[in-house]
Structures are given as C-alpha cells and as structure tokens.
Ligand binder design. Structure first.
Ligand SMILES: C[C@](O)(CO)[C@H](O)COP(=O)(O)OP(=O)(O)OC[C@H]1O[C@@H](n2ccc(N)nc2=O)[C@H](O)[C@@H]1O
Ligand SMILES: Nc1ncnc2c1ncn2[C@@H]1O[C@H](COP(=O)(O)OP(=O)(O)OP(=O)(O)O)[C@@H](O)[C@H]1O
Length: 283
C-alpha cells in the first residue's frame, strides 16, 4: 500500500516578536496561511525497521537532518512501531526560503505515517508531536489560516484570506532562522497591526489585509541581504497589492487580487530572480 500526502508551503501575513524567553526561543504573534505550492510525499511500509528517504533534490538531506526523517522516527518510537517506512519526497517548495518547506514535510510525514500504520491519531496529537520537531510544524499539521502564538505552536484557526494570487520570489541566498532571531532588537521595533489584520480576515477585507501585512524580521534579513529589498521594491512598483518577506526570509511574496496583474509581476521578476512562482491561496 502506498499513501500520498501533500505538504503545502506557508507564508506569514504578519510576524511579531513580543519578547525573548528563558528557553532561548522568542515569544511570537503571527498570522500564517497555506498556499498552493506544495511538496508531494509518498509512504510505503518496509519490513526492516528503518526510515529511508529518497529525494531527487540535491539540497535536501536524506538522513536524520531531514525533518521528514525526524517525524517518521519520532512517531515510530512513540507508538513502538517495529516496521520501517520508505518516504519519497518530491520537492517543489524552495529550500531554506522562509516558506516552512521542511516543517510541512514533517507535518505530512506525521499524517502519512499515522495513516500507514492505522494509528488513528487526532490532529491535536499530531500537533503535539510536531512541536517537538520545530515551531512551525504544528501549524503545518493544521493548515489553513491561523494566529500562532507561544513559540509558534499555539494555534487559533481563522478564516482564510479572500481568494487572490500570491506571487513569490526567492533570491539565491541562504538565511538561517536562528541567526535572524539572534539579531532581534526591541528598541524601535515596528510591530505589525495584528488585531487589524485579524479583523480584515474576519471581514474578508482584502484591501485592509494588504495594508496590515508586517514582519519584524524583515529589516534584519534585508540589512544582511539588500537583494531582498530590491525584490520587494520591484514587486511594489509592478503593482503588488501587499508585499512582504515571509518568515525569516529570504522569499518575498505579493498578494494580488487580479490574475493579469499577477502575470505582470511574475514576468517582471522572472528576468531578475531564478525562483519565481505565481500560485493561489489555499482556502
Ligand atoms: C520564522 C518562522 O518560520 C515564522 O513562521 C518560525 O518562527 C521559525 O520556525 P522554525 O523554523 O520551525 O523554527 P525552529 O526550528 O523551532 O527554531 C529554529 C531556531 O529559531 C529560533 N526561534 C524559532 C522560533 C521562535 N519562536 N523563536 C526563536 O528564537 C531559535 O533560535 C531556534 O533554535
Ligand atoms: N524536508 C526538508 N526539506 C527541505 N529542507 C530540509 C528538509 N529537512 C531538513 N531540511 C534542512 O533544513 C534547512 C531549512 O529548510 P526549510 O526549507 O525547511 O527552511 P525554511 O522554509 O526557511 O523553514 P522555516 O520557514 O520553517 O524557517 C535546509 O537547509 C535543509 O538542509
């Protein structure tokens, strides 16, 4: 039996950091939503008690550094499963992009392995296991749109943004999430208008949603990598309705109401940046 799971990318509509915690993590408040850019994973049982990962993408590790490997191992240990699993990972989400690709693969693996071995775990149980792998994993288990607090693992579901296009561009640079968080400074921080963004979601008010987008990590990443700002300003000039860096970056996205405009922004960025996507928001 082969089980298939889709692992969609996320974008941060807002990302605020409230304070640094004693455990080294930062207390956050962020609005996240899934988009129609997804990895595809398949799962098959193995007689031998091992986890095997296969992926054609040379940037993705196929050993225990892979978050999907960690997810499969954790769930096998916790439920004392003695059979193994072969995971095939068809990678479509750009790697180290701020789009939670690895976290979403881990979440899809928790769902897939749970189904493969008939564990019948609830979403809450999968989220709880996911939090042991990474802060973004519980959201990726849940999907849709949510307010994430704590270190990102406490979730309140929200209505998804009104239907629109999302154009994304990832400059060819690597950004370490840990490094970006380590540079957070609270003086002069410009906090995003999270409450207004939540009410824009509730009222399905696309215009207000676009004006409330905000990410306190953006100035940190752009100060290290000015090319992120160049992409942002190009998206703004070509008519993006709301433009922001996702997560710790470096991917910049633009929400766009009209398809023709999304095409225009996509084409204008193609000559400038090697990884550009135009996708729909997931409802
Ligand atoms: C930037 C975001 O992607 C926004 O959604 C997340 O906040 C980061 O989520 P993630 O990549 O799943 O993060 P983790 O793997 O849990 O943590 C990576 C590193 O980021 C820092 N980190 C992460 C989350 C958080 N709330 N505070 C932190 O300070 C910590 O140094 C941690 O060692
Ligand atoms: N399944 C996976 N897919 C991609 N990268 C993975 C995976 N598992 C582990 N990694 C490693 O994790 C690093 C970060 O990759 P990932 O694509 O998850 O970053 P990200 O999108 O910036 O994550 P986040 O938005 O959660 O901070 C990569 O450099 C890669 O070596």
């Amino acid at each position: 039996m082969v089980i298939y799971e889709k692992a969609p990318a996320k974008i941060n509509l807002t990302l605020d950091v409230l304070h640094k915690r004693n455990d080294g993590y930062h207390e956050v408040e962020m609005l996240m939503t899934t988009i129609d850019l997804a990895d595809r994973l398949s799962f098959e049982k193995l007689d031998s008690n091992q986890v095997v990962i296969a992926s054609e993408n040379r940037f993705v590790p196929n050993d225990r550094r892979n978050l999907a490997y960690q997810a499969a191992t954790l769930i096998k240990e916790r439920y004392n499963i003695k059979e193994g699993v072969r995971i095939h990972l068809d990678k479509k989400i750009p790697v180290a992009a701020g789009l939670a690709g690895g976290s979403s693969d881990a979440a899809a693996t928790l769902r897939g392995v749970s189904r493969l071995f008939g564990l019948q775990l609830s979403q809450e149980e999968l989220q709880e296991i996911g939090a042991e792998i990474g802060s973004d994993v519980p959201f990726c288990v849940m999907g849709g749109t949510a307010l994430a607090t704590g270190r990102g693992e406490k979730l309140t579901p929200l209505p998804s943004p009104p239907p629109c296009w999302v154009v994304l561009a990832k400059p060819n640079i690597g950004v370490s999430t840990k490094d970006v968080y380590s540079k957070v400074q609270f003086d002069d921080m410009r906090h995003p208008a999270t409450k207004e963004a939540i009410s824009a979601l509730k009222q399905q008010d696309f215009k207000t949603l676009c004006t409330t987008l905000g990410n306190v990590l953006e100035p940190i990443t752009t100060s290290m990598h000015p090319e992120v700002l160049q992409i942002k300003s190009r998206m703004e000039k070509t008519g993006g309705d709301g433009v922001l860096m996702s997560g710790s970056g470096p991917t910049v996205f633009s929400l766009v109401a009209k398809e023709e405009k999304a095409d225009r922004i996509y084409n204008s960025l193609r000559g400038f940046c090697s990884e550009v996507y135009a996708v729909r928001m997931l409802r």
